[in-house]
Design a protein around this ligand. Structure first.
Ligand SMILES: [Zn+2]
Ligand SMILES: [Zn+2]
Length: 383
């Protein structure tokens, strides 16, 4: 089959790789009809992780079931399914408690928890930016879609990662109706956090970024766009909240946070959130931070440590939730919002492309070229 393969820093190509097969009775094989390029793919693309050359990226996947193992009871051939980016078993201590993001059995290293398709340090699983994908524990990991899944493919594919991840940021922050919410990062996840806050009935949603295309998308769903290359985002938020700070804040940037001049400051967004969120407010942090960052600017960054303003955070009595999203906690209800036309996450999609144009798309997306807000690749036709 054809697949996007990592060749080295900022180099990917579409190559022929062996087709996946049913390896265990609980496996399902999916023909991928939609697979996104994610901002977190870029950390690997840029060579900032130990992602192995020759492996395939792709953790935001949707497609049609083409084969099921003998131990699969629910999912059947021909059904269309969206796959949580987390690979989980359903029966370990963490999965049983709903933390499928930290599954204990799908990562081969007993000291690690959490697995994903085509992702550095998250198990050996191949990615789905390919024609076919092997899905372990298929009954547990496949979320089945209805007849509208062809027409709304670009909406449902967002349920694999970014829509639940944005929603999770608002859950950890504690967003309830009437809250004011500031979201740092207007990339796909930040925009999904803005959409989620809006769905939850936030009274005011502010999105901080500096890319005009992203800020326009934030405004399209009624959020206030805050261009941090032009205004101080903390002052903006305080102005908008009677100097109290926002009730809730979301971190949707991650460790490669940088100033408008391009210099990285891993603590920049976290510390701005501490200043932007009111006393006793909540912060949800879903932007990626890593335990080691060999490409980091200084010794602190190289060790994954962040000069976090803990003093002010503690003094303000804020709560802080962090980590990757347990997609299965939310994916059914987000799917059902899409089915009911209550959510249209595809509004951020800028490019629908065949797999063969993936390498070019990576380059544009990595450059943050204007207008490249979200890329959906279509390795196979959906009907
Ligand atoms: Zn993703
Ligand atoms: Zn598990």
């Amino acid at each position: 089959m054809r697949a996007i393969v990592y060749d080295g820093p900022r180099e990917v190509s579409v190559k022929d790789v062996p087709d996946p097969t049913i390896e265990r009775p609980t496996d399902v094989l999916v023909r991928i009809t939609a697979t996104n390029i994610c901002g977190s793919d870029l950390h690997m693309y840029e060579g900032r992780t130990d992602f192995e050359t020759g492996r395939c990226f792709g953790h935001e996947n949707l497609g049609e079931v083409v084969e099921v193992g003998s131990g699969v009871d629910k999912v059947t051939v021909g059904e269309r399914v969206v796959l949580p980016f987390n690979i989980s078993c359903g029966f370990c201590k963490n999965c049983e408690r709903g933390f499928t993001n930290y599954c204990l059995t799908t990562h081969p290293d007993p000291q690690m928890a959490g697995a994903a398709y085509g992702f550095a340090d998250m198990g050996p699983w191949q990615g789905g930016q390919a024609e076919y994908l092997r899905v372990p524990y298929g009954d547990h990991n496949c979320l089945r879609l209805g007849e509208d899944s062809v027409d709304k493919e670009n909406d449902y594919v967002m349920v694999a990662d970014i829509f639940p991840t944005g929603y999770h940021a608002t859950e950890m922050a504690g967003v309830v109706p009437g809250d004011s919410v500031v979201i740092y990062g207007g990339g796909p996840v930040g925009l999904m956090a803005a959409l989620s806050a809006t769905i939850k009935g936030a009274s005011k949603v502010m999105v901080v970024d500096r890319h005009p295309d992203r800020l326009r998308l934030a405004e399209e769903i009624g959020a206030l766009a805050v261009d941090d290359s032009k205004v101080d985002p903390v002052e903006f938020v305080l102005d908008q909240t009677m100097a109290l700070g926002a009730d809730r804040g979301c971190e949707c940037v991650g460790y490669q946070a940088h100033d408008p001049q391009g210099t990285e400051h891993p603590n920049m967004v976290l510390n701005s959130l501490v200043k932007s969120v009111r006393f006793t407010g909540g912060i949800g942090s879903v932007g990626v931070y890593v335990p080691q960052d060999p490409g980091g600017a200084d010794d602190l960054a190289k060790n994954g440590e962040v000069a976090f303003d803990y003093g002010l955070h503690w003094f303000k009595g804020q709560s802080l939730g962090s980590g990757q999203c347990p997609v299965k906690r939310y994916n059914r209800r987000l799917r059902d919002l899409i089915a009911a036309d209550k959510a249209t996450p595809s509004w951020i999609v800028s490019h629908d492309l065949p797999l063969e144009q993936g390498p070019d798309a990576y380059q544009h997306f990595d450059n943050r070229d204007d207008g490249w807000t979200k890329v959906v690749l279509h390795p196979a036709a959906s009907n």
